[in-house]
Design a protein around this ligand. Structure first.
Ligand SMILES: NC(=O)c1ccc[n+]([C@@H]2O[C@H](COP(=O)([O-])OP(=O)(O)OC[C@H]3O[C@@H](n4cnc5c(N)ncnc54)[C@H](OP(=O)(O)O)[C@@H]3O)[C@@H](O)[C@H]2O)c1
Length: 377
């Protein structure tokens, strides 16, 4: 077929021009096709390189993709909750019912506390509408694998009698082999976080979060999460302030839930440190007098004012009411600075040694294993 120039221009496609140029010479035609192919391929390589460079150097400084559906959205966690660790089975139902009827709307529970069924009875007796209540529970270490995790959250929801949880936490960044307390080296926190994400998608909990993580562990989860942690529950109080760590969570949009907010008041911590009970600490005694409040209220008020969610545990009506009133106490900037100086950087709760795991590695008062001691000698 022979085309004249006007016909070629009319049909501006490359193939038409090629045919026009080489219709009578097969070798010449092949050469031209090779040249065109190389030009197109080179252009493709240039475009791909520019695209990759753009992704690598520009996008990280832009707004991250909207994968953080769990961060800071929806119903907010109430500023104070009632703790239930070591609450006796025959006392916790009344404590929870009394707390809810007195104005609390937030309960901190966990499967490993072995009292969620009794806690649930307290919740039912209080008769608070479900959507006015915040209930947190936690995935125990032996339940990190998918099947165990599904059974575990179903049990917590059933025992608590709430239909769904508001927050489900990975209790520790440590997996045990199911059914025991031997560390499961094959299950990472990323594996477990994927399980947590699927639990969140199942609707059994509104939000998911973490507990007792080091900063590096938090960073790991933040870098891989599709559903991001809503909250991080960890030990923090005037004797273990970890202000930088608290500020870091504010910056990344993860709420801090302060456990053991009364420092060494929990009797189970007796003997863990040489510190005198905080409720007898002259600094806090004096500050409480100044504020016309109890010492416990004054300590809890500081936890509240620094922006952490506080979850004091008590099974006594007097303390339960007293602790709620902590929300009405305020400190001046100077008082907050004075309290900051009271930090002892001492941790009360550290089962890492028992488990042979270095917990809190980049935080104050991390786990010291025996082999660390050997190295130091
Ligand atoms: N995620 C975790 O790994 C983790 C770890 C630890 C704790 N937590 C959670 O955090 C909650 C609170 O921590 P915690 O139980 O260790 O310690 P806490 O709440 O700091 O202290 C509890 C102790 O303080 C006493 N108390 C409470 N209010 C008081 C007041 N106004 N005056 C004097 N004493 C008062 C309680 O007494 P009575 O009980 O005798 O009334 C109890 O002995 C736990 O219950 C649990 O829900 C979570």
């Amino acid at each position: 077929m022979v085309l004249d120039a006007p016909q070629a221009l009319d049909q501006t496609g490359v193939l038409v021009i090629l045919r026009l140029l080489c219709h009578d010479n097969r070798k010449k035609c092949l050469r031209i096709k090779m040249i065109v192919f190389r030009v197109v391929f080179a252009a493709f390589l240039v475009c791909a390189t520019v695209y990759l460079i753009t992704i690598q150097y520009w996008l990280p400084t832009a707004t991250p993709p909207a994968k953080t559906e769990n961060c800071g959205t929806g119903l907010e966690i109430p500023p104070i909750g009632i703790g239930t660790w070591l609450s006796e089975r025959d006392k916790v139902a009344h404590a929870v019912e009394f707390a809810l009827k007195s104005g609390y709307n937030h309960i901190d529970a966990a499967l490993i506390y072995k009292n969620e069924d009794e806690t649930g009875k307290g919740i039912q007796s209080a008769g608070i509408p479900r959507d006015k209540l915040w209930v947190t529970s936690k995935l125990w270490n032996a339940d990190h694998r998918p099947t165990e995790a599904t059974i575990a959250i179903q049990k917590s929801v059933q025992d608590l009698g709430v239909g769904y949880l508001d927050l489900y936490l990975m209790h520790w960044p440590v997996a045990f082999v199911p059914g025991g307390n031997r560390v499961d080296e094959n299950t990472t926190i990323v594996d477990t976080w994927r399980v947590m994400e699927n639990i969140a998608r199942s609707g059994l909990t509104r939000k998911i979060g973490i507990s007792n993580f080091s900063k590096r562990d938090v960073e790991t989860i933040m870098s891989i999460c599709q559903v991001c942690p809503y909250a991080h529950e960890f030990e923090t109080h005037p004797y273990l302030q970890q202000q930088e760590f608290v500020d870091y969570h504010r910056d990344i949009g993860v709420k801090v839930i302060a456990y053991s907010p009364l420092a060494n008041t929990n009797p189970t911590y007796k003997g863990n440190t040489k510190l005198e009970p905080i409720l007898k600490d002259p600094f806090w005694v004096k500050l409480a007098e100044k504020k016309d409040a109890t010492i416990a209220q004054t300590i809890l008020a500081w936890g509240h004012q620094r922006g952490t969610v506080i979850i004091p545990k008590s099974v006594h009506e007097k303390y339960i009411i007293e602790n709620l009133d902590a929300l009405n106490i305020n400190f001046t900037e100077t008082e907050m600075k004075d309290i900051a100086k009271q930090d002892k950087r001492v941790r009360m709760n550290n089962p890492g040694k028992k488990w042979g795991i270095k917990l809190f590695a980049d935080l104050d008062d991390p786990t010291q294993l025996d082999d660390d001691d050997d190295k130091e000698l």
